[in-house]
Design a protein around this ligand. Structure first.
Ligand code: SIN
Length: 507
């Protein structure tokens, strides 16, 4: 393993993969208070490329004490950052946006190396993630207060927005850049500082983003990055949720972990912003343009190879168009889903992120097929390519007794069900504790409005397979989370409203 890569001794290293490809922006140390640091214990853990199972590099395996140091640094930086002007914060965010845009190719190589995403998709993620920095650079200057008409003579009521303080930012591996910028852009605009704990599978993108933030002039302590393996994550999470200097926990990830963090945050009555799992329905009515629906099914299902909280999880297709839809979808999968390492030209579907995820997807499909489900295409791991590749799959004849019926798959498997009436499909779609994204294909305008109202989801896309952008409010209801990201509301998550009463104005 070691012979296949060489890491230079400096922190801001270049990495030679198999003696040829060089990764810029590769950091081997964590980032606390403007310093590139190792773990207090000096322990490290390997970051693995899921396409070939090789070690990319090692990063610090930090512990609770390192997290505490990072929170203290963010807390100290908050004392000055909160007093910067909105214009200063906006300018710094704009510079961060500029350097990230300039370094798109390098950032994309890092994302592909550690997450397995095809390079084109990684570049897409940089554009998407960077749009949050651009958006919040603008939004920073519009965090306005209110003067409210007073019920009393000679008194004035003023409401202002105050930054919450230190935000603990805990981010997932599926969008390792965009989930950081969506949170950190917003909290910095509001005047907060942060400690980022990236997923153990993808710490390198977070460190590269921090390096570019430093280049852009983000003052020391405003952004800190603490890296750790799975083993140390619970202890670090506890500090990030319970330290009295933390004002808010912003997490994107599974509902299971979200509930644990929410429980810890409740002890200190901390604010939370939680973007958790989804179980998105993708509904196709008879009036829909079926080719268009199938095209968008590709986007809703195979973006990041199905590893997205907003990914379509249940395809609910009207019986009159079921056959036409699944055939059009199958044709597109056969042509459009090209499995392979993300660095290979023409590849559209990379590996799954890790062994756990690969086993989960394979297990769900095996269970369904053993109980009578049919694979119209795919249906098994693609072990000839690598240990974590899975064929792009359509399953039909799925029944409630199969595990895949109710679970969030988080992989390249499209489960297609048939329905007969509008009322029936609304009931099926809403029969979940999740409520993040949903997709509806119809040309009937009245039906589109009814779906928007009746679907119990935070987001409803009509005739589209992609919802994400910086401008709309992204978020879920029920067990899919609390709070909104992006839009003008994304900043509000990181502020408190302060009410000041000016009295005795006639004295
Ligand atoms: C997610 O689904 O995990 C987030 C994806 C997005 O922001 O579009």
């Amino acid at each position: 393993m070691i012979s296949s890569y060489v890491v230079s001794l400096s922190n801001k290293s270049s990495l030679f993969l198999n003696g040829s490809r060089r990764l810029h922006l590769l950091n081997k140390n964590a980032y606390i208070n403007g310093q590139w640091v190792s773990a207090g214990s000096k322990a490290v853990f390997p970051v693995i490329n899921p396409a070939d199972d090789k070690v990319i590099t090692e990063v610090p395996d930090m512990e609770a004490a390192d997290a505490k140091t990072a929170v203290d640094a963010a807390s100290s930086a908050f004392k000055t950052w909160k007093n910067t002007t909105a214009k200063e914060r906006s300018n710094i965010l704009r510079k961060w946006f500029d350097v990230c845009a300039k370094n798109t190719d390098y950032l994309a190589q890092i994302i592909t190396a550690e997450s397995g995403k095809p390079l084109a998709e990684s570049k897409g993620e940089i554009a998407y993630g960077n749009s949050f920095l651009e958006w919040f650079a603008d939004t920073a200057r519009h965090i306005n207060g209110e003067v409210v008409p007073s019920p009393w003579p000679n008194k004035m009521i003023m409401l202002t927005r105050q930054p919450l303080g230190v935000v603990s930012v805990i981010t997932p591996w599926n969008f390792p850049f965009a989930m950081i910028t969506r949170k950190v852009g917003a909290l910095m605009a509001a005047g907060c500082t942060c400690v980022i704990k990236p997923a153990e599978d993808t710490p390198l993108t977070a460190l590269a983003a921090a390096q570019l933030a430093e280049e852009a002039g983000v003052p020391k302590g405003v952004i800190n990055v603490v890296t750790s393996s799975r083993k140390n994550a619970p202890a670090i999470g506890k500090v990030l949720c319970e330290d009295p200097n933390v004002g808010c926990i912003s997490f994107t990830g599974s509902t299971h972990v979200g509930k644990i963090l929410y429980g810890m945050a409740s002890k200190g009555i901390k604010r939370v912003s939680l973007e958790l799992g989804g179980n998105a329905p993708f509904i196709v009515f008879p009036s829909a343009d079926i080719e268009h629906a199938a095209e968008h099914a590709m986007l809703a299902k195979f973006r990041n190879n199905g590893q997205a909280c907003v990914g379509a999880n249940r395809f609910l297709i009207h019986k009159d168009v079921f056959e036409a839809f699944v055939q059009a979808f199958k044709k597109r999968i056969a042509k459009g889903c090209v499995l392979g390492p993300g660095t290979k030209e023409g590849v559209t579907c990379g590996p799954l992120i890790n062994t756990e995820q690969s086993k989960k997807v394979a297990g769900l499909v095996e269970d369904a097929i053993s109980k009578g489900a049919k694979a119209l295409i795919g249906g098994k791991p693609a072990l000839d390519i690598g240990s974590k590749f899975y064929e792009s799959t359509i399953l039909t004849d799925v029944k409630p007794e199969m595990k895949i019926y109710a679970e969030e798959i988080f992989g390249p498997v499209a489960v297609c069900h048939m329905f007969e009436t509008e009322q029936e499909v609304v009931t099926i779609a809403n029969s979940t504790r999740s409520g993040l994204g949903s997709y509806v294909f119809t040309k009937d305008l009245g039906q589109a409005f009814r779906m928007s109202r009746q679907l119990d989801f935070g987001m409803v896309a009509i005739n589209d397979g992609i919802l994400s952008a910086a401008e709309p409010a992204f978020g879920g209801i029920k067990e899919s989370g609390i709070g909104r990201e992006g839009s003008k509301h994304g900043v509000e998550e990181y502020t408190d409203i302060k009410y000041t009463l000016f009295s005795a104005l006639d004295k």
